[in-house]
Design a protein around this ligand. Structure first.
Ligand SMILES: NC(=O)c1ccc[n+]([C@@H]2O[C@H](COP(=O)([O-])OP(=O)(O)OC[C@H]3O[C@@H](n4cnc5c(N)ncnc54)[C@H](OP(=O)(O)O)[C@@H]3O)[C@@H](O)[C@H]2O)c1
Length: 305
């Protein structure tokens, strides 16, 4: 038996306003298109909340670490997507949401995690505070008895290859990142949202599964610089910048220390070849190939000019 039939309960989508990857925002759109009702949780009333309402979502305001907010958000929902921006409060938010989900009883809890967690264990960790929180959150969810589906994507194209790269590409035709010579297989957060939508559309066969998601190829930054050059029609070089100066730049740009430590740790792992991984799980879940670097750069060309 599957759970494919649409029903009256809305699906709760957390982190729906969207900051870096905006999975919640894309997911809201995809689920509405599939004919589901969506309850979109946002932190505050703003243009992004209004845009979700215009799409047809029921919008609720609340904080994932707040008990009353999560009762309001979860009551009446049978399926939940849990994801929020990288932050020091991640574990508290996960457990707060899981505790309330257990109280109300749900049939699917899709948890956003990270692919590096698949290389962690009770004796193996990384220097990223966010990786540690994801590992602990996954542990707690596995003890919870909730019907969990775990999604572990590798790095998003929207982070290192857009938010953190656009200024260098615009100003000096450089992909200036401290990634060394390691290979990486970035994935678009829109593709990740497609995978989550497929799971939430019919969760029963996925309960208890862990899905590692990557983009369509694993390559070094020289290769990706060539993809930028072709997509933008001008030469873009890769420059391997020193990590301390790069991290300091993030601090000056007012990134929280938790995020600076996380991003810095990722670049170190990338240098060590730890992001050189490939799966075809996205195609298995969605029936479609993930977006490649060239198409991603073309899609965001205006931000690189
Ligand atoms: N970026 C990557 O390369 C990458 C790779 C693999 C996995 N991931 C995982 O993907 C997830 C992030 O997904 P994303 O990029 O789609 O998120 P996002 O767009 O950066 O953030 C989603 C939303 O979370 C909201 N939020 C933050 N703290 C909250 C709180 N306490 N209560 C309620 N809402 C809160 C933010 O609201 P405001 O906008 O109002 O602040 C934001 O709009 C994380 O689990 C991350 O570890 C990321």
């Amino acid at each position: 038996m599957t759970t494919k039939q649409k029903h009256d309960s809305p699906i709760l989508v957390t982190g729906a306003a969207g900051a870096v990857g905006g999975i919640g925002r894309s997911l809201t759109q995809l689920l509405l298109t599939k004919g589901h009702k969506v309850r979109a949780l946002v932190r505050r009333e703003d243009k992004r909340a209004e845009a979700l309402r215009q799409l047809g979502a029921e919008v609720v305001n609340g904080d994932l670490t707040d008990l009353a907010s999560m009762h309001r958000a979860i009551e009446g929902c049978r399926r939940i997507y849990f994801g929020m921006s990288v932050s020091a409060a991640y574990l508290e938010a996960t457990i707060n949401t899981a505790a309330v989900a257990r109280h109300h009883g749900v049939e699917a809890f899709v948890n956003m995690s990270q692919m590096t967690v698949s290389q962690m264990s009770i004796s193996e960790t990384t220097d990223s505070p966010q990786h540690k929180l994801h590992w602990l959150a996954e542990q707690a969810l596995s003890w919870s008895g909730l019907p969990v589906v775990t999604v572990r994507p590798t790095v998003f194209l929207e982070g290192f290859f857009l938010t953190l790269a656009a200024a260098g590409v615009r100003a000096s035709d450089e992909l200036a990142l401290p990634m060394g010579g390691g290979k990486t297989s970035p994935i678009s957060a829109v593709d990740v949202a497609r995978a989550v939508a497929a799971i939430l559309d019919d969760p029963t066969p996925h309960i208890g599964q862990v899905y590692d998601l990557t983009g369509p190829e694993s390559a070094d930054l020289e290769h990706y610089a060539r993809a930028y050059s072709e997509a933008l029609g001008r030469p873009i070089r890769y420059r391997d910048v020193p990590l301390p100066a790069w991290s300091e730049g993030l601090r000056k740009a007012r990134f929280p220390e938790h995020v600076v430590s996380h991003l810095s740790a990722i670049t170190e792992l990338n240098r060590q070849g730890r992001y050189d991984r490939m799966t075809n799980t996205l195609r298995k879940l969605t029936g479609e190939a993930p977006m490649n670097m060239g198409d991603f750069v073309k899609l965001h060309a205006a931000e690189f000019k």
